[in-house]
Write a protein that binds this ligand. Structure first.
Ligand code: ZN
Ligand code: ZN
Length: 367
């Protein structure tokens, strides 16, 4: 089999420094292609993988979305040519599974029923090891072997530095606001957790015309950014009860819409409790694949709340990505507070450390 050299940050053992060096990518098969990576964001999905919280099998290249340039096409790949700038999205749209068939490609079986594919090999000294690509992307490498069903050409007017944010927080948060919660003008929206996801949700709520936008987090710097992006009320999650605080701001009822973007089980519980009766709660956070959430039964039954889960904003890539792309390119979405720093591949251990310490909103790797 022909191979292609790539330089990658490979997770060989959980919670350990990465191996940064050469891997040999497999030749692209039918429907596959090789993309040269230009920028890839780092988010909680990635450090959860690093910590062994997402059932990854090392050695694996992490990084669940990226932008890049098409280099080599496998047999039967249509609509792309070498040199095309593309977004590699973590959520594919195969078009032929049960979920794509019912209009829910966010649940596409290719991603959620399969395991991470082997895309490369690595010389371990004692023989070659198979290397997997996390989430079928494996973005922390200067080249990715990916599938046509997850690759989307980008318009010229959107620079890589903005486009790389599309497949991560932008699509999840805007999908939560517009597609899942369907926020209406003047509604009250509470956003619980102000990492990049929550901050994009604050902007989404503003663009949807929400009245009160209550931004909740324990980190003062992040509350300040939320205010600059359109939050009308700020709540310190570490002082007092955030549920009571949201009720006090909404005539005692609770918010019309709550977007949970924090992760811990307590945040999921608080999100349900701080919604008004018959309100909508969108849960995006995952603390651990085995975490359980406890809730008062009455809140889920008699109170008529709509509690909806969120995988990448319930995205339909072919429909939603052009919308979010346009909003980023036009400046309707302000990306300026999001990218805290850019890093080379050799700095990947620093990126993990700073992400865990909440020093970065989004760190971007530039392989
Ligand atoms: Zn599918
Ligand atoms: Zn992400």
């Amino acid at each position: 089999m022909n191979t292609l050299a790539a330089r990658a940050a490979v997770l060989t053992e959980f919670e350990s420094p990465f191996f940064v060096g050469q891997i040999e990518l497999r030749e692209p098969g039918p429907g596959q292609l090789v993309v040269r990576t230009t920028e890839a964001p780092f988010c909680s999905t990635d450090w959860m993988g690093w910590r062994g919280m997402r059932r990854k099998t090392p050695p694996v290249v992490l990084g669940h979305t990226a932008v890049g340039v098409v280099e080599h096409l496998g047999p039967g790949v249509e609509g792309l040519t070498p040199g095309t700038r593309v977004l590699v999205a973590g959520t594919p749209q195969c078009g032929s599974c049960f979920y794509c068939g019912i209009g829910r490609p966010d649940q596409c079986s290719v991603l959620l029923d399969g395991s991470d594919p082997v895309v490369a090999s690595l010389d371990s000294g004692g023989g070659r090891l198979d290397v997997r690509a996390a989430g079928r992307v494996g973005a922390y490498a200067d080249r990715m072997l990916v599938e046509r069903i997850q690759v989307h050409p980008l318009p010229d007017e959107l620079p890589d530095s903005l486009a790389c944010l599309l497949g991560c927080g932008v699509s999840t948060a805007l999908g939560a606001v517009f597609t899942i919660a369907d926020v209406q003008p003047r509604q009250s929206v509470a956003v619980l957790g102000l990492g990049h996801l929550g901050l994009w949700a604050v902007q989404g709520a503003r663009l949807a015309g929400a009245g009160r936008i209550v931004a909740i987090d324990g980190h003062p710097g992040r509350r300040a950014i939320a205010e600059s992006l359109g939050a009308t009320d700020l709540v310190d999650a570490h002082r007092g009860d955030p549920v009571a605080a949201v009720q006090a701001l909404t005539e005692g009822r609770g918010a019309d819409v709550v977007i949970e973007a924090a992760g811990p089980a307590l945040a999921s519980r608080q999100a349900v409790l701080m919604a008004r009766r018959a309100g909508t709660v969108v849960l995006t956070g995952v603390a651990h694949s085995a975490t359980e959430v406890e809730l008062p039964q009455l809140q889920l039954t008699v109170h008529g709340k709509k509690v909806v889960g969120c995988q990448n904003g319930q995205i339909t890539p072919s429909v939603d990505l052009p919308r979010w792309t346009g909003m980023l390119a036009s400046g309707e979405l302000d990306a300026s507070p999001f990218v805290t720093r850019r890093y080379s591949l050799d700095e990947i251990d620093t990126v993990v450390r700073r992400s865990l310490a909440l020093d970065d909103i989004t760190g971007v790797l530039v392989p």
